[in-house]
Design a protein around this ligand. Sequence first.
Ligand SMILES: [Zn+2]
Length: 518
Amino acid sequence: MTRALLSLLLAIGLRPALRPRLVVVITVDQLRPDYLERYRAQLQGGFAVLLKGGAVFTNAYQDHAVTETAPGHATILSGRVPAHTGIISNVQGVQDSTVPLLGFSGVGASPARFRGTALFDWLKTAEPAARALSVSGKDRGAILPLGHAKQQVYWYRAGVFTTSHYYADSLPPWVQAFNAQRVPFRAAGTQWTLLLPERAYPEPDSVPYENQGRDVTFPHRLPSDSARAAVAFVATPTMDSLTLAFALEGTRALRLGSRGATDLLLVSLSTTDYVGHAFGPDSREIHDQVVRLDRYLGRFLEQLAVRYGRDNVLVVLTADHGVTPFPERSRALGHSSAVRVIPDGVIRSANAVLDQRVAGGTGDWLVMETGMVLLTGRAVLAAHGVNVDSVIAALAAGLAALPGVARVDRPADLAGQDTSDPVVRRWRHQVPPDAGVELVVTLQPYSVWGSPSVAIAMHGQPTDLDAHVPLIFFGPGIRHAVHASRVRSIDIAPTLARLLDLTPGEPLDGRVLTELWP
Ligand SMILES: [Zn+2]
C-alpha cells in the first residue's frame, strides 16, 4: 500500500486490516500489575520491551466476582463474562471424566462447560487455513482461551506436556521428542537461587507464614527423586522457561505464521501463580520469579522477531487474576480485621439439617465454591416438604455472621441493583441464571477464603487486589502509549477482532479499545 493511499484511508476513518503472521496472547497466571511497577528498574527483558513499546493499559480488570484461573482465562479471548461463558469457577472448569489425558489415568479435561465461541473461531471463519497452538502449565490455562476449537492444545502433567482425548488420540512426534528430553526429571536436586545480587531484593526472606512454614528461605531445592522433582518443577521459575521453549518448538513444528494465514499462539505461564500462592505477593520469591520471567519473555520475543520480523507479530500480555496478601501480612500493614474465612462448619451444619428432613441424604445438598453457594436437589427437598427458601435464609444469616464476611446476597436480589458498585456488577457478571447459585458471599477487603488444612495467599474475591491485571498490546500498528482509562479483560477479544478485521460470532460483553487509535 502506498503512503498516499494509507493517508487517504486514515483520513476517511478506515484502517487497512492488520494481518500479522502470528498473534501471540500471553497470560501470566496471577500477575499483579503493580509487580511491573515495583520491579521496573530491574526489568530489562520481555516486560521491559512491552512496557516501553506497547499500548499499556494501567487500569485493566477481570470484571467478575470469582477471580480464579478458569473464569479468568475464559474471558480473555471470548469477550464475555462468566455469566455468559458458563465457566464460573475452577471446580466447574475443564475437568471431564469422558476424555482422559494421554498417558495418564483418571479425570481428563475439555472445554465442555464453555459456552459460545472465541476469537479463534472467528479467525477460522475468515481464514479457514488458520491454526492455533495453546500451551500452559495448567489444563485450564491452555484450554479455555481457545473455546471449543480442536486445535493443538497442551499442558504440563508430572514432567511432560500432554493433552486429552478431546483433542487427539496420540501425541505428535514433536511433542514426544520435546518430552523425551526429560528436562523436569533431570532438574532433580537442582536449586532455585536468586538471579540478582541479594541487595537487589529489599524483601525479608525468612517469613514464617510463607510456604506453610517449610523451606521459606533461598535457595529452594527440588527433590532428589526425579519423579518427585518433575511434579514440583511446575512451581519453579524454570517451568515458565520450559513452557516458552515448548511454545517456540510448537510454532516451528506446526509452521505457524509461515503458511500464508494468520495463526494464533496462546501461552499461559503458570509459575507466578504457584509462587504467589505459596510465598505471597510481597515475598522475595515472587520478586525473583517476576525478574526471571522478564528475562525468559525477552528471549521468547526475540526469537519470534528473528523468525517472523517485528512487524509480523502482534502480542497481547495480560493475566487471569491478581492475588491478595497473606492475612498475616495484611494485618501487619494495618488491615487489622484481615482473616482467613473458613465456611466449612456453617455449610456442614446446613447440610445436616437437610439430611434430617430427607432420608438417604449424603450431606452434599449445599456446596460452597469460592463465595458461591450452590444447591442441588431443590425439587427433591421441596417434595419432602422442606421450605428451601427459609433454609437458604438461615444459611445466609450464618454466613453473614462469620468474621471477615462483608455481605451475603441472593443473585436475584442483585439483578436490579446499581452496577456502579463493583461488587454488585462483578457478581452480576459472574452467575448464569441456570447455575443453581443460591447465595453469593463477599468478603471484606484483605480477607480471603481459607480451608482447615492449608494456609496460602489467595485470590477469588470481587476486589481490585484480585481483579486488577496488566494489559499490553504490542506490535505492528500499535503505538506506544499509557492509557489510564478503565478497561476489562473482556475488551481484549473485540479489540483483536477489530485489529484483525474479524466478525465476532455472537454478541460480546466487552468493547473495542478505541484508545489504540487516538
Ligand atoms: Zn490463575
